[in-house]
Design a protein around this ligand. Structure first.
Ligand SMILES: [Zn+2]
Length: 302
């Protein structure tokens, strides 16, 4: 019964963390501090009033323009805030329901005292929120700058290995505390090598045919990141969904000559990383359901 207030709280917290992510996305690539100075207009340098800093609401109230100089404020701001808010709310709602269903199936004394299960549920929620926050940030960074920085992806791979090892399995599966630690690490290492290997293989084939770089090494590290957090099934599902989404976006752009001739770098060259991140977020939240739905639809299982 506590799922409703917790979901709302997670959504509001997500809006705030989305807002902080925006500050990082704007200032960090420019080599500025993300703490000082206070929020200001990038064009006229005016420090923003408190009410111009409210996630989502302020952008809508200002209709996406600075109040003094009229410079457009990127649509990335409300999009990132809305994405983190809505995705965090979904994560908390899902995990609480899963937890309540699991508890309902247990006899009373065990249901009340499954502290380990509670700890694992809390770890799962926290880990999913952190992964989603990272993936929204990387998606925006790759869309704006075609950049998946090592300083973000490499530590995130190590963190994913730590979280998956602690849970006993990736976020794609239920926690499995009885799995031997060596087996957990071997599974993860295999998943990471295969996931990154797919990108390296495509990169190599592309180079053999075209003699130039097609896919960046950043995308290989992003696949390794997805494998560390979601295991091999999760990473492969993210990859398939990302490639399908990217192809659909490519076809949509080809169908709109106006967009194709616009001088926006994101339209002449598609950011694969952004689509992989979107696939990764969908796999984190709905992966097992998407796989089950696909198997039913294809007739492989009923
Ligand atoms: Zn301004």
């Amino acid at each position: 019964m506590f799922s409703f207030p917790a979901t709302i709280l997670a959504g509001l917290l997500g809006l705030a963390f989305g807002s902080f992510l925006n500050v990082c996305l704007t200032r960090w690539p420019a080599g500025e501090s993300v703490v000082k100075p206070r929020s200001h207009c990038r064009a006229c340098e005016r420090t923003l009033a408190w009410w111009e800093n409210i996630p989502l609401v302020s952008w809508l109230a200002l209709r996406g323009r600075c109040r003094t100089c009229g410079t457009a404020i990127s649509i990335r701001y409300p999009m990132v805030e809305l994405a983190v808010g809505a995705l965090w709310a979904t994560t908390v709602f899902q995990t609480i329901h899963h937890f309540q269903n699991a508890q309902a199936g247990l006899p009373y004394p065990i249901a009340s005292f499954s502290a380990l299960y509670l700890l694992q549920s809390a770890t799962t929620i926290g880990a999913k929120m952190l992964l989603i926050w990272l993936l929204v940030g990387l998606a925006a960074l790759d869309a704006e700058r075609f950049w998946l920085p090592d300083i973000v992806t490499v530590p995130a791979i190590l963190l994913g290995v730590a979280v998956s090892t602690f849970r006993g399995d990736s976020l794609f599966e239920s926690p499995n505390p009885s799995a031997p630690i060596l087996l957990r690490l071997l599974n993860l290492a295999f998943a990471i090598l295969v996931a990154a290997g797919i990108i390296l293989l495509i990169r190599w084939i592309y180079w053999l045919i075209r003699r130039r770089e097609g896919i960046g090494l950043g995308d290989a590290k992003l696949m390794a990141l997805l494998a560390a957090w979601l295991g091999l099934p999760g990473a492969l599902l993210s990859f398939v969904m990302g490639v399908v989404l990217g192809a659909l976006a490519g076809v949509a752009i080809l169908g709109m000559p106006k967009l194709r001739h616009a001088k926006s770098p994101g339209l002449t060259r598609l950011p694969l990383g952004t689509f992989l991140c979107i696939g990764g977020i969908a796999a984190t939240l709905w992966g097992p359901q998407i796989l089950a739905g696909y198997l039913r639809w294809s007739g492989l299982s009923r």
